[in-house]
Each structure stands twice: as C-alpha cells, then as structure tokens.
Design a protein around this ligand. Structure first.
Ligand code: PEP
Length: 251
C-alpha cells in the first residue's frame, strides 16, 4: 500500500511577510494523518519555514540542489549536504522549469539525483512532455527517456527512496489539467516500465501528478489507481486550498 504524498512547490514566490502568514495559516489546518505533506519554499526562506513547521507533521524540501553532494567551489549553488544539515528531507530534481529555463539536461539531473540520495534526501524526479510531444504521440517516449536517464545509469534500486512526479508541461501553471484518464495512463505506463526492472519496486514507487492541481480536481485525480498524490504549484500558496488538496489524497 503506497502512502500518498502531496508536495507544495512554492517556486520563486513569497516575501518574509507573506511566507510567515502562509506557514501560520498552514500550521492550523487539519491535515490528514494518512498523507505525507511536504512544502518546498525558496532557498532563502528554508530555515524560517523549517523552524515554523517544526511542530507540525509537514516536511520541508528544497526546489533544487547542486550536482555535487558536498560543499565546494560552486558559486551560488547549495549542496544536498547543506540542505540536509538545515533539516530538509526532500529535493525536487528535474522540474520542467529548470529543464527549460536553466537548460538542465538528463545528465545534470542524474547527478543531482545522486547528490540528493547520497546526502540522505529523497529526490522527487519530475518528468513530463511538452504539448508538441503529446500531439506528436511522443508523451510516453519522452517520459520513459527521462526515467531511463536515472534507471539505466543508476539501476532500479535507487527508486526505493525516490518519488516520480509526472508533470505534463502543457498543464503546469496554465490552468489546463490532464484529465484523470490521461494522467492515469502515463502513471500506469511509468509503473509498468519500472516493473520491467523490478516488480516490487514498481509496486512501492510513489508516482505523483502535477499540473494545475486544485481542490476542485484533486479528488478525481487522486482516485486513479496509479496516482499517489500531487505536486502542486500555484494552489500550494493558499493554505485553505492546499490543505483541501492534502485531504483529498487521504482516505
Ligand atoms: C509545478 O510547477 O510543479 C506545478 C504543478 O505548478 P501548477 O500546480 O501551478 O501547475
């Protein structure tokens, strides 16, 4: 039985004031006991948020990490060990915004994945196709290539301590959501692909969906057999909306 995960990616949003308000509001929400809830604030707010949610069952992660685990001469970067030292337990790797805007390729993402795990953090590996790839019938091939960049390089065992987030790029921040059937189809195919290497790891692997998830569509998405929660962008900036999404992932 896979335990659902709902992760809120705050991206480059917030100020000290708005973030203090958001964490205060989050800390009084009724969160479901049978769902893992994680939030991913901007790097400079991590310490404040970690302290603010210390007494809640909410874990805090980073939106990115450096390609090398340990500290070193990498100006502007933050290592996975530094994130672990702060108290983070998860890190998002391969978000489509970084693949596109920072030109991160599968090789870089693989190094970040290794760095995260080596430091004891759980990576959330984001995969997803563009609209053009979907329209050309290449959605599955694209996602499989992104998963294989990890699987073939590192072996299936690394997926014991990882989460995959399927995030069709055309659904991120656009208000367009993949239908529950469209999302389920890709989730099931990712799981079947991993099962070619290990049926038991595939069965345990959490595959969460991201792309304009809101309180209004979360329950239907999370009811799908292979959707184990969500990676939520915009809607995670509102405590009422985010907690409603978390509750939709519970039983
Ligand atoms: C995301 O960026 O991971 C995301 C899913 O954003 P949104 O929910 O705003 O589409």
């Amino acid at each position: 039985m896979r335990r659902p995960l709902v992760a809120g990616n705050w991206k480059m949003h917030g100020t000290r004031g708005s973030i203090a308000k958001l964490v205060t509001e989050l800390s009084v929400q009724a969160m479901p006991a049978d769902v893992d809830v994680a939030i991913f604030p901007g790097l400079i707010y991590l310490q404040t948020v970690l302290a603010a949610v210390a007494d809640c069952a909410i874990v805090v992660g980073s939106q990115d990490c450096a390609v090398q685990m340990e500290e070193g001469a990498l100006t502007g970067e933050t290592s996975a060990l530094q994130l672990q030292d702060l108290g983070c337990s998860m890190v998002i790797v391969g978000h489509s915004e970084r693949r596109q805007l920072q030109e991160e390729n599968d090789g870089v993402i693989c190094r970040k994945f290794i760095a995260a795990q080596s430091a004891g953090l759980t990576p959330i590996l984001c995969v997803g196709e563009t609209l053009a790839e979907r329209e050309a019938g290449l959605a599955l091939l694209t996602v499989q290539r992104q998963v294989d960049a990890i699987l073939l390089e590192l072996g299936v065992d690394v997926l014991r301590n990882a989460v995959i987030a399927y995030e069709p790029i055309w659904a991120i921040g656009t208000g367009l959501t993949a239908s529950p059937e469209q999302a389920q189809e890709i989730h099931a195919q990712i799981r079947a692909h991993v099962a070619k290497y290990s049926a038991s790891i595939a069965q345990e692997l959490r595959i969460i969906y991201g792309g304009s998830v809101k309180a209004a569509n979360a329950a239907e998405l999370f009811a799908q057999a292979d959707i184990d929660g969500g990676l939520v962008g915009g809607a995670s900036l509102n405590a009422d909306e985010f907690s409603a999404i978390c509750r939709a992932a519970g039983n």
